[in-house]
Design a protein around this ligand. Structure first.
Ligand code: SF4
Length: 377
């Protein structure tokens, strides 16, 4: 059977963060119940198309899934179990915001099948959280982590952020130290991305943000600190203890199939890419009344597949295996991209190790430029 990752989008948050342009709505929204009903209905509709697949990862993402009453999440996961072939060791992740976590909640999520939590810390400095317009605090994270552990879920991930307003190497060190002290199995460290049209975007010029060198120095600080603490970097922004890489996210980076259910969710499924409408009412109404909610569906031409493969694989520390590339696309990687390989291995931005090409630290810092040069030159 083919392997599949199932993503379920829960687009509600208690408060919109000031930099965020994800599809998410106020969790006091009176359409939560109808939304959960539409998600359940959509899972059932897709069930006949999933018969040839074994799903080895399910990811409840958002938004903030735990902003919903837990009974909706339980019902959604029950529907998944009844309609989808899950592997015995299926990784079932639920994203959580520290403000919305309690032992009772995690016990219920565990009973519903969740075996991995992804927790958004971002920073352990409360004034930096305020600068991001995020709710929560460092103390809430401590309480939430306690709840996760007491509920018997030992696989959890913590997200942190660097290059945020007013952050210094010292405050980033405190955040890293705090995150590590919680003993997560996995840590993601992303640079702040300020979404267009968000409150922070409007004030971007006034913000005290690091320059390019400061940004690179903070990235290096994350890598070095996490390495010293036993977290192996396996992707540009992701670090894990042995055996705890994110199975779900690896599906994206390895160009494997995934189905996204929910408002604004994206899929790569059955050789096509498509996404569902990000309009909440249109989504609920469409699913419940059999009106198409698919947007941007397309068969992906080989040239785009190649581009995407190179872009995603170069995010991974293991990089590109020329043999795998040849099997997928029917032409040799090393011949087709000889000038780029020569240029970037010569400059120290790329290296060939164990038969694979991967970016070095310096390569990661200019990965967009390197990837673009594979297609524009
Ligand atoms: S909690 Fe996450 S999804 Fe919700 S507004 Fe903040 S960044 Fe966006």
């Amino acid at each position: 059977m083919k392997k599949l990752g199932l993503y379920i989008h829960i687009p509600f948050c208690i408060k919109k963060c000031d930099y965020c342009d994800f599809v998410s709505f106020d969790s006091k929204n009176n359409r939560i119940e109808s939304y959960a009903g539409a998600v359940i209905c959509q899972i059932k509709k897709y069930a006949p198309f999933l018969k040839d697949y074994e799903t080895d990862s399910v990811y409840l993402g958002g938004g903030t899934p735990t902003a919903l009453p837990v009974r909706f999440l339980t019902e959604i996961l029950k529907t998944v179990r009844e309609n989808v072939n899950l592997t015995k060791d299926c990784e079932i992740t639920c994203e959580a915001n520290p403000r919305t976590g309690s032992e009772e909640l995690f016990l219920q999520l565990k009973a519903a099948g969740v075996n991995r939590i992804s927790l958004g810390l971002q920073t352990a400095i409360d004034s930096e959280l305020s600068a991001l317009g995020r709710i929560g605090s460092k103390d809430m994270v401590t309480g939430t982590v306690e709840g996760i552990k007491k509920a018997g879920i030992d696989n959890f991930s913590v997200d942190i952020m660097y290059s945020i307003p007013n952050q210094t190497p010292q405050t980033l060190a405190q955040t890293l130290e705090f995150a590590i002290s919680q003993k997560p199995k996995h840590i993601s460290a992303y640079a702040l991305k300020i979404g267009q049209g968000t409150p922070l975007f409007e004030r971007k010029e006034e913000l005290n943000l690091p320059d390019e060198d400061g940004d690179i120095a903070m990235y290096r600080q994350c890598i070095d600190t996490l390495k010293d603490a036993g977290y192996m970097q396996y992707e540009i922004s992701n670090f894990a203890k042995e055996g705890f890489k994110s199975r779900h996210n690896l599906k994206y980076w390895n160009c494997n199939e995934y189905l996204g259910i929910g408002c604004g969710a994206h899929s790569y499924f059955g050789g096509k890419r498509f996404c569902f409408t990000a309009d909440l009412d249109k989504y609920i109404n469409g699913v419940l009344n059999d009106i198409s909610i698919v947007e941007d569906a397309m068969d992906i031409p080989q040239s785009e597949m190649v581009e995407e493969y190179i872009m995603l694989k170069f995010r991974l520390c293991e990089g590109i295996d020329p043999k795998d590339f040849g099997r997928r696309f029917g032409f040799p990687f090393e011949t087709a991209f000889a000038p780029q390989i020569e240029r970037f291995t010569g400059s120290g931005h790329m290296i060939k190790e164990n038969g694979r090409y991967h970016l070095t630290f310096d390569g990661f810092t200019i990965s967009n430029y390197i990837i673009a040069s594979f297609f524009n030159e």
